[in-house]
Each structure stands twice: as C-alpha cells, then as structure tokens.
Design a protein around this ligand. Sequence first.
Ligand SMILES: C[S@@+](CC[C@H](N)C(=O)[O-])C[C@H]1O[C@@H](n2cnc3c(N)ncnc32)[C@H](O)[C@@H]1O
Length: 242
Amino acid sequence: MKGMAAGPFNNMPGRLALMKQLVGVVDPDFVLETGTFQGRTAKWFRENIRRDAWVVTIESAEKIAGELPHVPGIAYYKGDSGELVPRLVALAPPGARYVCYLDAHGSGSLPLRREVEAITEHVDGVIVIDDFAVPNDPGYTFMAKPRPGDRIPAWLRAARRSNKLLGLGDYTGPQLDRRLLSRWRLNGWKPLWPACSSASEPPPRTGCVVLAPRSLYFTLCQLPHLRGARRYPDERSHKRAG
Ligand SMILES: C[S@@+](CC[C@H](N)C(=O)[O-])C[C@H]1O[C@@H](n2cnc3c(N)ncnc32)[C@H](O)[C@@H]1O
C-alpha cells in the first residue's frame, strides 16, 4: 500500500539490499507473500530466486486480484491470507525452504498471528513482516491504530478515491511491535532487525522484523544488513558460527 510507488519493497534501497541478502542465504524453494497489491514485490522475487522455485502471493481485494498480469512462476491466490497461509504451509514439501513476506495488514483485520504461527510450525526459512516497529530506531514507521487528529497522507487519500485500497486509517489491529511477538507461538523462531538506519531510507520508511528458526539464526546474525540479539535469547553458551 505504501508500496504504491514504482518499485518493490516500498522503494526502500536498504530493504531491497536486505531482501537480496536473505534470498541469497535462504535460496528458497518457495516465496510466500501476503498482500500482492500490484504485484511489484512478487515480480522482484520472481526475478531474484531460482528458476525452478515458485512465488505464491495472496490478495484479498477482488479488484486488485482481478487485474494482476500473468507471470510464469508466480501463483496468485485470491482470498484471505489468514485462511490460506495455514492451509498452504501445512502442505509444504518436506525440507522445502521458504521466504515469507507478510504484508497483508492494511485493513481492519490482522491475519498475522495465524500466518506466523502456521509458518513457524510447518516450514523452514525466514519470515519478514513489513510495517513493524524497529527497536532503537524510532524513524521507522509501523502499523498502529490511528489516533484522533492523525493526518491521513495525501497519497493514501488519493488511493482510497481510486477505490484501489483498504485504508490504513481503518486499521483496528494491534500495534506492530516486538511486544506482539511475545504473545505469539513462535516455535523457537527469533527476531532480527534491519541494520540500516531509518535515516538512510526514503519515505515511507517502513520498519520490518525478520523471524528466523534456530537453524538459520546465527548465519543471519552475521549478515551486514541484519542485527540480532548478541546471543540466542534462550541459549547461554552458543558459539557463533564461522
Ligand atoms: C501493503 S499492500 C501490499 C504491498 C505489496 N506486498 C508490495 O510490496 O508491493 C497490502 C495489500 O494487502 C491486501 N490485504 C489486506 N488484507 C488482506 C488479507 N487478509 N488477505 C490477503 N490480502 C490482504 C490489501 O488489499 C493490499 O493490496
């Protein structure tokens, strides 16, 4: 939604570099995106993963889903990602690796919890949640209920007029920040955060969290574009890989 501008990942170079690194390290068999919107991020994934890997992307808005171009290697699903993601990941082939980009939280509902709990239970890989508050970097924007008097940005007013978007101003879910993670069943997956300062990203400067299972956490901690906890939060004596 904020990714309305021309490129993938809300046109943020730091995010793009982070995603390139993640895709390189995970080498996914599947990319699972929620919230296709105009399909720009899906297309980027398609161009940056192996040819035999698949991009699966889910969009609930009828009008948007009906207008998406056919691209070989991208499977579009129309529906509520909160319903579809648990069904899809329950069918994941054994050993398949996923990059999950969760970005379907522009409306009143918040499918995230169901999505994250199902993914961390059934698959290996990483989850990136867009619009998430980044600890110690308040310059990043994130989803929160609008407060009385909040100004709706001009781009969002225009998007609503064109009947393309569910409005951010209608969001009624919880604030997307790390407190939320402690309420979800993460099956041992842990958060990492973008290392790039918000000051070097252009608007809309959305934050994100990366969730990784134990099998990948230490490898990801070494990446220049990510920062993790100094040690695995529930493990006292782990030696860092490498
Ligand atoms: C922020 S936009 C996605 C932007 C896109 N991922 C990109 O990077 O270009 C959010 C999209 O999620 C869709 N959406 C909202 N709730 C959804 C749900 N429960 N299931 C599937 N799609 C949803 C909206 O219609 C909107 O197109």
